[in-house]
Design a protein around this ligand. Structure first.
Ligand code: NOJ
Length: 748
């Protein structure tokens, strides 16, 4: 039964603590109108154009002087930024400043873990801090606009851009996306260290068919609204200044030409009042999509769809004048685009304060930034296996350690994608950190075995084996190089690259315990290597301070607390695999017959008739939300304060969480809800809350969580967001796989 209660307004409760969408400032609005009334069409089109700031940027200054450029992407020198702004302010007719944008994705100079790694921390404050540090460092170079956060829901690790995402879950991506926006934009957007955020890629890009970058997506509207759009709505409510359209077409309509999404949903339903920029060349690429006959057609469609600024290509510049003359574009549409762009320039304080104060020292790699980056890396590492308490390294038993693998000392490759502005000599690798921090207490033997992750040569195996034989423990640092994820870096094979699997197999033969530390921008297919390892740590691309972070975890100064923000498949053919899939009519029971158990010449339909793979089963290698600790936690005494509620109520729950091990640690407690009957088939379960809880060894804490019932709303049969009355199951636990459960009911 559907509650006749449309929750558009109420739903804001979800974002209450973070709600900060700015209302329009009348003073700014009147300044915008005054400017627009004086602008020529060419000057308006200038605002709608983002040019590339390359080495020959000086040649573009005459255009700036004429008001023909609104923004630059990739100007890398702050003196040049001052020169450009001076030209715009002092020499152009109307003195409108430019907005300088760059991809500051997970750090500028100080590199934090890749966003997917940060998501594994399940810690919004750490994510916010990472964005703040990036904003402080990059704004000193004149960058006042970053193309982040990337909040594309990503369920396919073949897609190289999964590294830039916050994972597969809409709620986690919403909370962390909002945290990034807050970090970038700061307390006040006009602060010189605040940079405008850009929610990207709008929309659906993470669902590229087959995980191949730029590919089409086919997301029906209900799925779009229930899964892919919530993070974008959340960051809008949190005041994200700009949006970027994505490259993909969804169900045939390229995002840059989708008027329904850009006008009706983004601006109409959500009230977004910032500006939208296209992705690089995405407007003219609508010709390649065979959606537009030529660039003029593309410009007409994008402008009329309410896409305000064109990144790099020139279709707006070239064709808007004729299109206006031919009455195919109304001047009111152009004015609205300019209004949106100017609004953000005003909010950033660029009119009053366009220059960088170069008398101030460069705020890069400050000790506190490095400490923050290390903290983020420590919290992002996920312990996936730990047989026989192999970790933390037992100083009484282990005296000699062999450090092996292509990523033990790879200053560039532990940084991840999008690290254009950092100095790799600042990177501290695990080898460096272990030698420095623990070199006195242990004998460290370093033999990489392979020179880089794709290295297929077996030349180094002999030395690596010899090192392993001498040691009490092997630390194998492998995975994939930074360049194997990111834009246009999709892979069809997610096994370990190069001869890494062979090397691990060879090391296994030494019978020495192996700790496999994976550095990668995506979940890799590592079922075999997991079996061969005694302990497994997933470190993603941990950034500048990845070395000290990993050393602290390996040697037990810190217990790992990261949890997986994405499901790990056992085999490639299981993709897409995600925890919050819909219930099927024939869900797997766990009693299915696996391929090797099928008797010869069995008649068809004798294996179980449920939704699973004969060879892979139905469960993944590691589920969403999973991550071990050096201690054990016990969840108990789940209490629901009032188990029968109405849609305007808030559900209050409490439970006891105990650290029943011998080490202090942090647990990410997760609350999942299963809607037991709906007007449409419902997901198995959905993450609704999480909290990081610190517990001393032996300590028990009573944990409370609350959930406004309006957050159970979803787009059902009638394509409206409603809470549907009925029974729900709640689960509290340390992963999406299991936990303690209780039921509650929503009556109306
Ligand atoms: C293309 C990428 O898709 C986008 O994420 C990025 O921000 C722009 N290029 C600008 O570099």
């Amino acid at each position: 039964m559907t509650i006749k209660y449309f929750l558009a307004a109420l739903f804001i409760g979800f974002f209450n603590p973070i709600f900060s969408q700015q209302s329009k400032d009348p003073i700014i609005e009147s300044k915008i109108e005054a400017l627009i009334s004086k602008m020529t069409l060419d000057e308006k089109i200038g605002q709608m154009y983002q040019a590339v700031g390359n080495k020959k940027i000086e040649q573009l200054l005459p255009m700036v002087e004429k008001g023909e450029v609104g923004s630059f992407i990739n100007v890398e020198d702050n003196q040049l930024v001052n020169q450009i702004q001076r030209t715009a302010l002092e020499k152009s007719r109307l003195g409108i400043p430019l907005i300088i944008g760059r991809d500051v994705i997970h750090g500028y100079n100080t590199i934090f873990p890749i966003p997917l790694g940060q998501a594994a921390s399940f810690n919004p404050s750490i994510v916010e801090r990472g964005a703040r540090v990036a904003a402080i460092e990059s704004s000193y170079n004149g960058i006042r606009w970053t193309f982040a956060p990337m909040i594309d829901i990503s369920r396919d690790p073949r897609w190289g851009r999964i590294a830039e995402s916050l994972g597969e879950d809409p709620y986690l991506s919403s909370v962390l996306g909002v945290a990034m926006v807050k970090g970038f934009q700061g307390k006040k957007m006009s602060d010189p260290t605040s940079i405008a955020a850009c929610a990207k890629h709008f929309f659906g890009y993470g669902a590229s068919e087959g995980g191949k970058d730029y590919n089409s997506t086919n997301i029906p509207e209900r799925l779009l609204r229930n899964v892919y759009l919530p993070p974008f709505e959340a960051v809008t409510k949190a005041g994200a200044a700009t949006f970027m359209t994505s490259f993909n077409d969804n169900d045939g309509i390229p995002a840059s030409g989708n008027k329904f999404m850009l006008s009706n949903v983004l601006r109409g339903e959500w009230g977004f009042d910032g500006f939208v920029v296209s992705d690089w060349g995405a407007i003219t690429q609508m010709v390649n999509h065979r959606f537009c006959k030529d660039e003029k057609d593309a410009a007409e469609i994008s402008v009329n769809a309410a896409l305000d600024m064109e990144m790099v290509t020139l279709s707006y510049k070239k064709y808007i004048p004729e299109l206006v003359q031919e009455k195919k574009i109304d001047m009111a549409v152009i004015d609205e685009a300019v209004r949106n762009i100017l609004r953000i320039k005003f909010r950033l304080g660029l009119f009053e304060n366009p220059y960088i104060d170069l008398t101030k020292p460069r705020p890069s790699y400050k000790p506190e930034f490095l400490a923050d980056a290390q903290n983020a890396a420590e919290q992002s590492v996920v312990l996936l296996k730990n047989s026989n308490n192999t970790l933390p390294i037992d100083t009484r038993k282990i005296k000699k350690i062999a450090i092996i693998g292509p990523l033990a000392n790879a200053k560039h490759d532990q940084l991840g994608t999008w690290v254009m502005d950092c100095d790799k000599s600042r990177t501290i690798t695990p080898l460096m950190a272990i030698q420095e921090q623990f070199g006195k207490d242990f004998e460290i033997i370093y033999e990489p075995g392979l020179k880089f992750s794709r290295d297929k040569s077996l030349e180094g195996f002999k030395a690596a084996n010899a090192a392993a034989k001498k040691a009490d423990l092997i630390l194998y640092f492998g995975g994939e190089e930074s360049i194997l994820t990111g834009e246009a870096h999709s892979l069809a094979n997610l096994n370990l690259q190069g001869a890494q699997s062979e090397l691990i197999t060879a090391l296994k033969k030494t019978n020495k315990p192996i700790v496999f530390i994976v550095m990668a921008g995506r979940p890799l297919i590592i079922e075999n290597e997991t079996k061969q390892s005694d302990a497994l740590l997933y470190a993603w691309n941990p950034g500048t301070m990845g070395g000290p972070a990993l050393a602290n975890i390996l040697f037990g100064k810190i217990s790992p607390s990261g949890k997986l923000p994405v499901t790990f498949p056992k085999m490639l053919g299981q993709i897409p695999v995600h925890y919050n899939h819909n219930m099927t009519g024939r869900p797997a029971s766990g009693k299915e017959t696996m391929i090797d158990a099928i008797p010869l010449e069995t008649r068809t339909l004798t294996v179980g008739c449920t939704s699973y793979y004969l060879d892979a089963g139905f469960d993944p290698l590691f589920p969403f939300g999973f991550g071990l600790s050096y201690t054990n936690f016990k969840y108990d005494k789940l209490t629901i304060e009032k188990p029968t509620l109405v849609s305007t109520d808030t559900l209050y729950i409490s439970f006891e969480l105990s650290n029943i091990g011998k080490l202090d640690a942090t647990e990410v407690a997760q609350l999942y809800v299963s809607d037991l009957v709906g007007s449409i088939a419902r997901p198995v379960k959905e993450l609704k809350r999480f909290d990081r809880i610190d517990l001393k060894a032996g300590e028990t804490k009573k944990v409370k969580m609350s959930l406004p019932i309006c957050e159970l709303a979803f787009y059902g049969m009638d394509m409206k967001r409603n809470v549907e009355a009925g029974d729900f199951q709640l689960m509290i636990g340390g992963s999406s796989e299991s936990g303690i459960k209780s039921n509650f009911k929503v009556t109306q």
